[in-house]
Ligand binder design. Structure first.
Ligand SMILES: [Zn+2]
Length: 269
């Protein structure tokens, strides 16, 4: 057996194993909330980037099928889909927002409170974050803001003081700057456990958001939108296809690679 055959066999077994595990472990079912990260057209190796053409095509599809893209708070009517954006990146302002406006849609953006106006430090793609000026303009146009923690750590690893800062500290800081309540939290890398949920409740958040699955009533379901998604696959996700849920689960588990890489490789200055 050549090395290549061994590697391909290993990958196949790994992916099939994940599918079987995900089929058993995850709860599929209809969702009315989509999770985006990065909207942009510049090539990189991230699958969480959605290019502007695909984003526009997806919003057009939602509008054509009688759905309205809203913030989480507004997503309590029939045929509404909450559009959420993790990380609070600047490309939301330059690229996503003009397209949302074209369709009369709104959204919720989860901000990393210590990184507003700065460059990402937890990933190996350098990205700029929204500035306060951009955030104020977006808020005036009806965009809702939530917390994506203070510094985008894996919250499960933190001691009580650190966890309190990441959740309570971030919420209070954002509320003070925005002058409005910050009701929702999205957990970095989609990672959470019972303790993280307990601290989130204590901080005053109404609901939390992971990325792929949820086995906790506090954490609401979202379907992720990736580079390769089409209106057809998104329709399946919204309807609760288990294959799409499994794919999301596997992709989200790869976010663990970023966490491990961050621990192994020293941070860039
Ligand atoms: Zn994130």
């Amino acid at each position: 057996m050549t090395v290549y055959t061994a590697i391909i066999s290993f990958l196949l077994i790994y992916i099939i194993g994940w599918f079987i595990y995900a089929r058993i472990a995850i709860k599929s079912g209809p969702v009315n909330c989509l999770a985006f990260h990065d909207i942009g057209d510049e090539f990189d190796f991230s699958i969480s980037r959605v290019n502007t053409k695909s984003f526009d095509r997806l919003l057009r599809y939602l509008a054509q099928t009688g759905r309205r893209g809203t913030s989480i708070s507004e997503c309590d009517q029939p045929n509404t889909v909450a559009l959420t954006f993790d990380d609070g990146l600047e490309n939301f302002y330059h690229l996503a927002f003009p397209i949302l406006k074209r369709y009369g849609f709104r959204a919720t953006v989860f901000l990393v409170s210590d990184f507003i106006g700065k460059t990402t430090a937890w990933d190996y793609h350098e990205r700029n974050h929204l500035t306060w000026q951009q955030i104020a303009e977006l808020a005036a146009a009806g965009i809702e803001f939530g917390s994506h923690s203070a510094s985008h750590m894996d919250l499960r690893d933190l001691d009580d003081e650190e966890l309190s800062y990441e959740l309570c500290g971030s919420k209070e800081f954002l509320e003070q700057k925005l002058g409005q309540p910050v009701k929702y939290v999205s957990f970095p890398f989609g990672r959470f456990n019972k303790r993280v949920v307990q601290f989130s409740k204590k901080a005053g958040f109404i609901s939390g958001f992971g990325l792929a699955r949820t086995d906790n009533d506090f954490v609401l379901k979202r379907a992720c939108v990736y580079l390769y998604d089409t209106p057809y696959s998104i329709e399946k996700k919204l309807r609760g296809s288990w294959i799409e849920s499994c794919k999301d689960y596997i992709n989200n588990s790869l976010a663990g690679g970023t966490i491990i890489l961050r621990k192994l490789v020293p941070e860039k200055s």
